[in-house]
Write a protein that binds this ligand. Structure first.
Ligand code: PLP
Length: 339
């Protein structure tokens, strides 16, 4: 299928409208799709979002840290306010910093669902704080978009970023940038720090010619269109968020009964991904439990340098109650095998 034909342009237009609808983005927002993994979309927004002013980065995990690394690679001035990986962001510390330093920044960048540990950062509170100090917000919503309700009519985030392969349940290969139209106009004269990932250039191609600026992963766009259809058929964000949160509750109850403790306090849980402390049970090995479950078709994740040794259980994708029960039986069988 030729991505330069009008037929493909129609598909692109339809997918962009569906992408906007997921987060209730009004006519003042634009969706821009980019070939690449999620990080490409984050890098495109970061590279394009500021002139000479800096970016304030709020970090409580590996993805916040990645934003800092991207800014450093692109030589964008930035400042980091950190919490331990497993703790909430400290809003009073952030506000105290903004009181004297807000003038140095153009943008506050942060992660909505910090997938490193499964913490849901408070998007509304941080967005409101940023707006109070006349700052733009750039939100990595990679693993919350289409899994947790985000309402852009309520929370007027300036740049919201996700990808085709997380809670929207498509195949990997496309980044999704949802950006205010007025901002696209504002950034067009900002310094260019990337050619391929120039957000405004990619926007212009998609807007003016109805084509991607560069060859897109054609098959991924078709699959993403179907993934959006499945999302709306399921009942949209309320239904999907409820399915995920029901699966999470079932998983958490079972894991707690088996003796596992969560790394993060419950009120911060995203209900999308949960980090558990490695138990002190004799002979327990995460790698062995992983391999034991993997042999049964179940994939779980190791921890990611959190404040304590941990491993991670995610419950996104086309999963149902029976899948979670199978998982819990598998963990139980592994624990039994230790004695
Ligand atoms: C998955 C993820 C990313 C992007 O990772 P890629 O491997 O580039 O797709 C970025 N931020 C968060 C919070 C994520 O969960």
């Amino acid at each position: 299928i030729c991505p330069r034909e009008s037929e493909f342009g129609d598909l692109l237009g339809a997918v962009k409208q569906k992408a906007l609808k997921v987060v209730n983005a009004g006519a003042h927002y634009e969706a821009i799709l980019l070939g690449g993994s999620g990080t490409a979309a984050v890098e495109a927004c970061l590279s394009s979002c500021t002139n000479e002013s800096g970016i304030l980065i709020l970090e409580n995990g590996a993805y916040g840290d990645r934003i800092k690394k991207i800014c450093d690679a692109l030589k964008i001035k930035s400042h980091l306010i950190k919490s331990a990986w497993g703790d909430a962001l400290n809003l009073s510390e952030i506000e105290a910093h903004l009181k004297t330093n807000a003038k140095d920044y153009n943008v506050i960048a942060f992660i909505h669902h910090e997938t490193t540990v499964g913490i849901l950062n408070d998007l509304s509170a941080i967005n409101n704080l940023a707006k109070k100090y006349q700052l733009k917000t750039l939100v990595d919503a990679m693993s919350s978009y289409a899994g947790i309700e985000i309402d852009l009519a309520k929370d007027d985030v300036d740049y919201l970023i996700s990808s085709s392969n997380k809670c929207i349940q498509g195949m990997a290969g496309l980044g999704i940038c949802i950006v205010k139209k007025e901002i696209l106009n504002e950034i067009k004269n900002y310094p260019k720090r990337s050619f391929y990932l120039d957000l405004h250039n990619n926007f212009l191609a998609q807007e003016k010619t109805n084509q991607f600026a560069f060859t897109p992963p054609v098959q991924i766009l078709y699959s993403l269109d179907i993934a959006f259809n499945e999302f709306f058929i399921e009942g949209g964000i309320k239904a999907r968020a409820k399915r995920y949160s029901d699966l999470y509750e079932l998983m958490l109850k079972g894991m707690t009964e088996l003796g596992f403790e969560t790394l993060v306090e419950k009120k911060l849980h995203s209900k999308i991904l949960t980090a558990f402390k490695e138990p002190t049970i004799k002979n327990f090995s995460f790698e062995k439990m992983h391999d034991f479950l993997y042999a049964q078709g179940i994939t779980i994740y190791p921890g990611k340098s959190a404040k304590e040794n941990s491993f991670r259980i995610s419950n996104i994708g086309e999963l149902n109650t029976a899948d979670i029960l199978t998982f819990l039986k598998g963990v139980e069988a592994y624990l039994k095998s230790l004695n």
